[in-house]
Structure formats: structure tokens, C-alpha cells
Design a protein around this ligand. Structure first.
Ligand code: CO8
Length: 259
């Protein structure tokens, strides 16, 4: 797999995606968005990829936002189109059938915070900094930040962060429930890998259906309980369900095959 703006590495079935524009603090230009879209297609498609880590190159920044220099000539219509396209890329990440962790290794600002929040959860290094500073530029979040930040930290905290443009530290993000863990920077990827390793041993269809059902909790067009019951039922027609139950009865580890 080769991309202009991303490094990718498959390690123990986890695809590590590194956004690679360190001289621009990994700002999301349109090429990065195209590359993220394309790499996620491969994540959906390739069975050897069981999970994903998204991180930024260097020690200073995860992603310092959308590339501000690309905003200069945007018309209203073009801005709407760019926002919608970005939202669809992030929604592809959020709806990935395989777990996706954001390893936030520094600045996660604007579109960077929005990218991290589109992942299933976040592990942060101690130097991470989160915020939606768009109001400083006379704009507002456009890649889903108003919605996902509100889901994750509640309306009052999201509103304060978005209308002030203030940033929060990794420790505060942990207190807000925005991140699951804060670790020293050298341990960041290993921490995410150890979490993902635990999920690799589980039945892939059960994992994918669980992701779908949890995501439905924020989709008003879906009755999440109905969807959960349907997906629960679907698990029962899988060979992995029979294997999981038989393994419990036999007092052995299950050997899931993904069907
Ligand atoms: N876009 C483009 N370039 C950037 C960005 C960015 N978001 N952030 C940093 N860079 C570049 C700098 O221009 C600089 O490049 P150069 O060396 O060529 O001048 C390089 O990265 C290093 O940056 P700094 O010298 O500024 O580094 P500092 O350590 O001094 O400062 C900061 C780090 C505080 C992170 C600072 O760079 C900064 O404030 N960056 C902008 C943060 C920001 O406002 N992010 C939000 C952007 S808007 C957004 O994300 C909207 C998302 C929705 C889009 C919807 C589509 C329409």
C-alpha cells in the first residue's frame, strides 16, 4: 500500500496509519483526505487487517487541523462541499467494521480533533492537546466536531470548547471522557496495540456487529434496540457463534474463523 501523505504498516494484523506531513504538523490537506478515504476502503476489504491505529508523524502533533492555506480561495458552495466530503471520510472511519484507535501524539486541533473523535476511541500521549480553535479563524468546526464533541463530552463542555476555541490537556481530556487512556509518548502505540490484540482474538462478525450497534446509539434515524436485536440474531447464524459456545462448554479457547 502506498499513499502520498500516509505511511502504512501492517503489524500483527493492525494497520498503523501515520499521517505524514510533520513539517506542517500533519495538517489535513485534500490529498490527506483522499488518502484516508482510500486506505479505509482497504481496511474494509482486506481480511488480514483486523484493526487500525491512526497517528501523526513526529513527536509534536497528531494533526493540527485542516490545512488552513487551502481555505483562502473557498467560496461558500466549495466550503460546504469540502465539509461534506470530509464528513463522509470520517464517517467511513467511524463505521469501520474493524476497531480503529486514534493514537494522539500531540496537537489534535480542529480537523485533527475531529479525526481523532471519528475513531472508535482515543489513546493520548501526555503531551496531547485537544481543541476546536476554528472560531479564532472566523470559521467553525466542519468535519463533524459540533456533533461528535457534544456526544463525547456533553453539550456544556462541547459548547464551551467550541465557542471559546480553548484547548484542553490530555489529563483534562481524560477527565472529560474524551480519551480512554493517557500514557507516556514512547508507550502510545504499544498501549493501543495491546488493546487491539485482545479484540483480534474475538469473533470478527460479533466485533463488527457490536461496532454497528454502538454507533447506532447516536443515529436518530435508527432504533438502536431493534438494530441490536437484529445484529444479535445474525451472530447466531455464524460458525463462530457455534465455535464460541462449544469452546466454552469444552473448557477450551475458541478458534474463530470470521464466518
Ligand atoms: N494548516 C496549515 N498549516 C499548518 C497548520 C494548519 N492547520 N498548523 C500548522 N501548520 C504549519 C505552519 O504554517 C508551519 O508551516 P511553515 O513552517 O511552512 O510556516 C508549520 O506547520 C509549523 O507550525 P508553527 O510554526 O505554527 O508551529 P508552532 O509550534 O509555533 O505552533 C500550533 C503550533 C499552535 C499548532 C500552530 O501551528 C497553530 O495554531 N496551527 C493552527 C491550528 C488551527 O487553527 N487548527 C484548526 C484549523 S481549521 C480546521 O481544522 C477546520 C476543520 C473543518 C474543515 C472543514 C472544511 C471546509
Amino acid at each position: 500500500m502506498s499513499f502520498q501523505t500516509l505511511f502504512t504498516k501492517l503489524e500483527d494484523h493492525t494497520l498503523i496509519i501515520t499521517i505524514n506531513r510533520p513539517d506542517k504538523l500533519n495538517a489535513l490537506n485534500q490529498q490527506v483526505m483522499l488518502d484516508l478515504d482510500a486506505v479505509m476502503d482497504r481496511v474494509y476489504k482486506f481480511p488480514e487487517i483486523k484493526s487500525v491505529i491512526i497517528t501523526g508523524a513526529g513527536l509534536k502533533s497528531f494533526v493540527a487541523g485542516a490545512d488552513i492555506k487551502e481555505f483562502e480561495a473557498l467560496s461558500k458552495e466549495a466550503a460546504i462541499a469540502v465539509a461534506k466530503k470530509g464528513q463522509s471520510v470520517f464517517s467511513k472511519i467511524e463505521n469501520s467494521p474493524k476497531p480503529v484507535i486514534a493514537c494522539v501524539n500531540g496537537y489534535a486541533l480542529g480537523g485533527g480533533c475531529e479525526l481523532a473523535m471519528s475513531c472508535h476511541f482515543i489513546v493520548a500521549s501526555e503531551n496531547a492537546l485537544f481543541g476546536q480553535p476554528e472560531v479564532n479563524l472566523g470559521i467553525m468546526p466542519g468535519y463533524g466536531g459540533t456533533q461528535r464533541l457534544t456526544q463525547k463530552v456533553g453539550k456544556a463542555r462541547a459548547m464551551e470548547l467550541i465557542v471559546t476555541g480553548n484547548t484542553i490537556s490530555a489529563a483534562q481530556a481524560l477527565e472529560y471522557g474524551l480519551v480512554n487512556y493517557v500514557v507516556p509518548q514512547p508507550d502510545l502505540i504499544a498501549k493501543a496495540q495491546s488493546i487491539l490484540g485482545a479484540s483480534h482474538a474475538k469473533a470478527p462478525i460479533a466485533v463488527a456487529n457490536s461496532i454497528k450497534a454502538v454507533n447506532a446509539a447516536w443515529d436518530e434515524s435508527i432504533n438502536g434496540y431493534d438494530l441490536e436485536a437484529t445484529l444479535f440474531g445474525e451472530c447466531f447464524i455464524t460458525a463462530d457463534c457455534k465455535e464460541g459456545i462449544q469452546a466454552f462448554i469444552d473448557k477450551r479457547k475458541p478458534d474463530f474463523k470470521g464466518h
